[in-house]
Write a protein that binds this ligand. Structure first.
Ligand code: AMP
Ligand code: ZN
Length: 469
């Protein structure tokens, strides 16, 4: 069966046919780095990771490109908010560049611990200002821009298919919705390409340009960088569903307006992770991060397993009860894998029985990444009565190429069953804290101290464990 994806562009399921036979160009809108990513943002990067793994499983080489929005951006899409980077810098007492670097590193550490593959090209907006300015010049030549009150606007009137993917006309007719009224704009849907004037002061990141000293509009970077690294036409563009009506709509207007060609063939959008009050958002202030989950004793793989349980196009409500269930299920899976490992007598080779199960697993993935169905095939394998442990392991290791749970690396560590005295437990906890805080000197000293007292600490993919020596 052919690999199929639900394409937002046509609101239908479509067979996937890449432009080049073996290579797929994949662009994913990346993080804004004025704060930590929340676990909702991470859901979107997780879905993109599954997409990349599924493409690779189908034999494609994937060129995965992601931007990092490190230019200060307004609190909303209009010119009436506060620059998020400046706000964050003021709160932390750092400069904007330090803010961007700090949260970029935090982001990559988060995705790394979630086993989300790093894109081959990670491009920062601040390194591509010239590319963005060139794009504005191209749009200017096509008569798609105008200057008003010091800012350069995109003239959406000149791009007849504006908002087609988002079905904007129809939606507006139905709901009677209105876009914000800005007197500088000819049309409420027009958006800024280059700011030289905004309603707030102290913009720290500014660059010289043919239109005056200023900074780019938010949507510009993705058009400029994706075409730079993937060409004027490429295969897949992704992001969260919130990007459909404005960000991706404006990206299409910019790129297709400039090149005159149709741009991306498949648009895939991940649904939102919600909290019990509704949408999770950074501007709400107190949002849930992966680090907070870790501080509460969860492992990153618990959250990955939690995400594996939902289809990427379904909304998912986060609760601690469901995270606990995911954690329990993952632990059971690990226990089973360790049990199979301990019972293996023959070599772990994928045979015909295994291949049949894998076909079922692949069929679920190939149909628009039906992860819940694929996960049920994983459990079917675990529970199969007619398979030897080595046959099951061969299948599970293969499936883990998608699951990304690190099943093959699992080690059976002998856990001390008799209780340790409080002093030793305290030392173990202190060492865990030191490791969490990246105080490796202290953590090594504590490890040595524990060893002197007959306790060996073993760091495993599942966290630190210990045994008596
Ligand atoms: P941001 O850093 O805010 O630009 O968002 C990064 C990515 O996370 C984008 O692709 C957004 O569409 C996505 N996103 C934002 N909020 C959520 C959420 N609650 N659930 C899932 N994805 C989200
Ligand atoms: Zn984007």
């Amino acid at each position: 069966m052919a690999l199929q994806f639900y394409n937002t562009l046509h609101r239908t399921m479509e067979d996937f046919k890449p432009i080049n036979k073996d290579e797929v160009g994949l662009y994913c809108c990346g993080p804004t780095v004025y704060n930590f990513a929340h676990i909702g943002n991470l859901r979107t990067y997780f879905f993109e990771d599954i997409l990349r793994r599924v493409l690779e499983r189908n034999g494609y080489t994937v060129k995965h490109v992601m931007n990092v929005t490190d230019v200060g951006h307004l609190s909303d899409d209009g010119d009436d908010g506060e620059d998020k980077m400046i706000k964050s810098a003021r709160e932390k007492g750092w400069n904007v560049w330090q803010i961007a670097e700090h949260f970029t590193n935090a982001f990559f550490s988060d995705i790394d611990s979630l086993h989300i593959k790093t894109p081959q090209v990670v491009c920062k907006a601040t390194d591509h200002i010239k590319d963005m300015q060139n794009l504005i010049s191209q749009l200017e030549e096509k008569g798609l821009t105008y200057v008003s009150e010091g800012n350069v606007y995109y003239d959406t009137e000149g791009f007849t298919s504006y908002g087609e993917m988002a079905l904007l006309d129809r939606q507006e007719l139905m709901s009677g919705a209105r876009v914000d009224i800005d007197t500088a704009k000819k049309n409420p849907r027009d958006f800024v390409l280059w700011f030289t004037k905004s309603k707030f002061e102290d913009q720290a990141m500014q660059w010289e340009s043919p239109w005056g000293k200023g900074y780019p509009g938010w949507h510009l970077e993705c058009s400029a960088m994706s075409t730079k690294y993937l060409g004027e036409q490429f295969d897949i563009h992704c992001g969260g569903v919130d990007h459909i009506p404005v960000h991706h709509t404006n990206e299409i207007a910019q790129t297709e307006g400039a090149t005159g060609k149709s741009w991306v063939n498949y648009w895939l959008h991940g649904e939102f992770l919600l909290d019990q009050t509704g949408k999770m958002s950074k501007s709400k202030g107190d949002f849930l991060t992966l680090q907070k989950l870790k501080d509460m004793g969860y492992e990153a793989m618990d959250y990955r397993y939690f995400l594996l349980g939902a289809h990427y196009r379904s909304q998912l409500i986060f609760t601690y009860e469901s995270l606990d269930s995911a954690k329990k299920a993952r632990k059971n899976l690990e226990k089973k894998v360790l049990e199979f490992k301990s019972k293996v007598t023959g070599s772990i080779i994928l045979d015909e029985t295994g291949k049949l199960i894998i076909e079922e697993f692949n069929a679920a993935l190939d149909q628009d990444m039906n992860m819940p169905r694929a996960l049920s095939v994983v459990w079917k394998t675990v529970k199969a009565k007619n398979m030897l442990p080595e046959q099951k392991l061969a299948v599970l290791y293969d499936m883990d190429g998608i699951l990304g749970l690190g099943l093959e690396a699992l080690e059976n560590v002998e856990v001390v069953e008799e209780p340790l005295d409080d002093k030793l437990l305290q030392l173990i906890r202190e060492r865990e804290d030191a490791r969490k805080n990246k105080d490796f000197l202290k953590s090594d000293q504590l490890r040595d101290e524990l060893l002197k007292q007959g306790i060996q600490i073993i760091d495993t993919p599942q966290g630190a464990q210990w045994k008596k020596v």
